[in-house]
Design a protein around this ligand. Structure first.
Ligand SMILES: Nc1ncnc2c1ncn2[C@@H]1O[C@H](COP(=O)(O)OP(=O)(O)OP(=O)(O)O)[C@@H](O)[C@H]1O
Ligand SMILES: [Mg+2]
Length: 272
């Protein structure tokens, strides 16, 4: 059984500390729901686990089955069985989706998959996801609708068969029927024993996939790691209880953007 262990993880981006001592363990077979207010470090955590070069780890460790992964490149982490379905998947014009998927599958297997076998697997997976097959033959994510991009992330998950899958707001942009389709696929993968770390702001997806634990991240730290009943509670009452019951002040995102008031706007001078 695979286990991902994160200890005292601190990480920064552009010199700003975002993760301030994350402790978290995910076992294969578990589904951990991750919640937390906007801008408190959820996506950052997943990016750091996957090895995004923009995020600098300043302290702490991440191990998969006892092996340190912080010294590994992103593709090496993927080969070990980590997977990230992104909150905002990138559009890559010129890279055909099916070529990308096949290259990813081949990178993980010892022997290259035959064209016939690959298209058989791809056809089955796209049908299960109720995805038009032409999405597989277009440039990766280019011009895909929000929901199509999210289904395409799940398509990658199905083909790559990771040990631990991390899904970042996979439900955002999906219509009600598509959430059901995606949840059905997640349930199939759960039955195979894959571990899941699933970020969402809404109880709907969690109702369908039944997490085994709920984790709440506030101010770059895990402030709750408990039973899934927290999901309903947060859905109904928000995060106020973190302050009133745990005494943790929820910091507001920095408000240091260069705002231009209409009073000082150059347009005003131009139209004088
Ligand atoms: N690449 C980056 N460059 C600059 N700042 C970043 C970057 N990535 C994250 N941040 C900042 O780090 C903080 C945490 O962002 P993160 O995306 O982890 O939040 P989140 O908890 O996933 O929020 P949400 O629920 O809105 O998705 C934010 O203030 C964000 O602006
Ligand atoms: Mg996020």
């Amino acid at each position: 059984m695979s286990t991902l262990v994160i200890k005292n993880l601190h990480a920064e981006v552009d010199g700003k500390e975002i993760l301030r001592g994350i402790d978290l363990t995910i076992n294969e077979g578990e589904t951990v729901a991750v919640l937390g207010p906007n801008g408190h470090g959820k996506s950052t955590l997943l990016n750091v686990i996957m090895g995004h070069p923009k995020y600098i780890v300043t302290e702490g460790t991440i191990t998969l089955d006892g092996q340190d992964i912080l010294s590994l490149t992103t593709d090496q982490r993927a080969k070990l069985g980590l997977f990230l379905g992104m909150q905002n998947p990138s559009e890559i014009p010129g890279v055909i989706n099916s070529d990308f998927l096949r290259a990813a599958v081949n990178a993980k297997s010892e022997k290259p998959i035959s064209t016939y076998q690959f298209y058989k697997v791809l056809d089955k997976a796209t049908k299960e996801l109720k995805m038009p097959f032409d999405l597989a033959t277009r440039s990766l994510n280019e011009g895909f609708s929000g929901g199509e991009k999210k289904r395409n992330e799940i398509l990658q998950l199905m083909l790559l068969e990771p040990k631990i899958a991390m899904l970042d707001e996979i439900d955002s942009g999906l219509d009600v029927d598509a959430i059901q389709v995606v949840a059905d696929v997640i349930k199939e993968e759960q039955a195979k024993g894959i571990g899941f770390l699933v970020i969402s702001h809404y109880a709907r997806l969690f109702d369908l996939i039944q997490p085994t634990r709920a984790v709440v991240i506030v101010n770059g730290k895990v402030v709750i790691d408990g039973d899934p009943s927290y999901i309903k509670r947060i859905d109904q009452t928000g995060y106020e209880f973190i302050k009133t019951e745990l005494g943790i002040e929820i910091s507001k995102p920095d408000n240091n953007m260069n705002t231009v008031s209409i009073g000082s706007c150059a347009v005003k001078d131009a139209i004088k």
